[in-house]
Design a protein around this ligand. Structure first.
Ligand SMILES: *Cc1c(COP(=O)(O)O)cnc(C)c1O
Length: 390
């Protein structure tokens, strides 16, 4: 026996053996740190949605396999949501699918669309599942660094497209940087996708977590894009129920067929009672969504001020749960060294942005902090940081 615990793991998955959130979570626990690493809210979403899920269980309606591609009520609600917010039409019968979080639906798209050796191109830093799922699907994951201020660099993107590039993955509002792509940026991306006949995967799980009157633009609304775009959403992110794992995708019929075939052979179905509840969530009045974003914006500002108070100069995010900041003002050169040392040193955990990157780059100086936490939690983190760094 070798003492390599991963001896049996297929080589293509070796680079993805650890999830940064798991590893940092363990370190945070061991050091009793305030964890501003993993982005999940510590306040529950709407109580009326919880009641629906409970009632689905106690009435017995929701306790057996729901329909394969999602509860009809939820698929109808997703379709209505895309029409209401973006003016996009998707037929719930064959252009919408529900899965175990956006994560499973993204994996299904990769498994259903990537041929062996096909390339997926994404901007980095990028959410960590894209690389691992591309490897699972037998594809090749390639990245282009985001430009100054973590904005999309269209020239670099154009230069990175090869004859093997099949999928272009974008994420706006963007995890980890909080950037929300502008019309001009999305126009540029769309132009390249059309010119090179690429399929676009648009991860929009933070579509409703927007600040300062910024609007989210769905790339599928741009001319020539609906037919080549798969758009992903998440009930976890939009309604603060990340543990329910209800996510979805909308796409034209031909692309949706590929996603559905792959997905039905993964979990087949999941979370029937939660699906019914999220259907009701998508039908909530606009006030819910704007009120939720406003609350989150106040927390963003609270943490921004806290980080400034210790001498950091964080980038103000336009959306998401996250703030990124360069650690050099605190005398560190590398965000990884900073983040791995911080739990011991200050009793606070954050995530190095290098964990979202394949290549060493400017982003290595940055760390990511989440602010979707109660004020007392943010407060505890800020005072610990102040004690350590002021
Ligand atoms: C959280 C997250 C997901 C996954 O969403 P789930 O619905 O929890 O699976 C996908 N993409 C990004 C960018 C995320 O931050």
């Amino acid at each position: 026996m070798s003492d390599d615990p991963l001896e049996r793991l297929v080589p293509r998955m070796r680079p993805y053996a650890q999830s940064i959130f798991g590893t940092m979570g363990v370190l945070a626990l061991r050091t009793a740190s305030v964890n501003l690493g993993q982005g999940f809210p510590d306040t529950d979403g709407p109580v009326e949605l919880q009641r629906i899920a409970i009632d689905e269980i106690t009435s017995g309606r929701g306790n057996q396999y729901p329909p394969a591609h999602g509860q009809p009520a939820l698929r109808a609600a997703i379709s209505a949501h895309q029409r209401e917010w973006y003016g996009l039409e998707y037929d719930p019968a064959d252009e919408v699918v529900v899965g175990t979080g956006a994560s499973e639906v993204i994996a299904s798209a990769l498994l259903g669309l990537l041929n062996e050796g096909d390339e997926l191109l994404a901007f980095e830093p990028a959410f960590d599942i894209y690389a691992a799922q591309t490897a699972l699907a037998g594809g090749i994951y390639r990245t282009v660094a985001l430009g100054p201020g973590f904005r999309p660099d269209l020239e670099a993107l154009a230069a990175a497209i090869t004859p093997r590039t099949r999928l272009l993955l974008i994420n706006t509002p963007h995890n980890p940087t909080g950037a929300v792509y502008t019309r001009a940026e999305l126009d540029g991306i769309a132009k390249l996708a059309i010119e090179h006949d690429l399929i676009v995967l648009s991860d929009e799980v933070y579509e409703h977590l927007l600040f300062d009157d910024v609007t989210h633009l769905s790339i599928a609304t741009l001319p020539g894009m609906r037919e080549r775009t798969i758009t992903f959403g998440s009930g976890g992110k939009s309604f603060s129920f990340t543990g329910w794992k209800v996510g979805w995708a909308c796409a034209p019929r031909d692309l949706m067929a590929a996603v559905r075939v792959a997905r039905q052979h993964l979990s087949y179905v999941s979370g029937g009672p939660f699906q019914q509840a999220i259907a009701a969530g998508l039908e909530l009045p606009r006030d819910y969504f704007t009120g939720f974003a406003a609350e989150l914006q106040d927390k963003r500002d609270y943490l921004l001020n806290g980080l400034r108070s210790i001498g950091l100069d964080p980038i103000t995010p336009q959306g998401t749960y996250f703030i990124v900041s360069d650690v050099r003002p605190l005398g560190y050169d590398d965000g990884g060294d900073f983040a791995w040392g911080l739990p011991e040193k200050a009793g606070v955990a954050c995530i190095p942005v290098s964990a979202f990157c394949q290549h060493r780059a400017e982003a290595d100086h940055f760390v990511r902090w989440t602010f979707c936490k109660k004020y007392e939690v943010l407060d505890a983190a800020i005072s610990r940081l102040q004690k350590t760094f002021s």
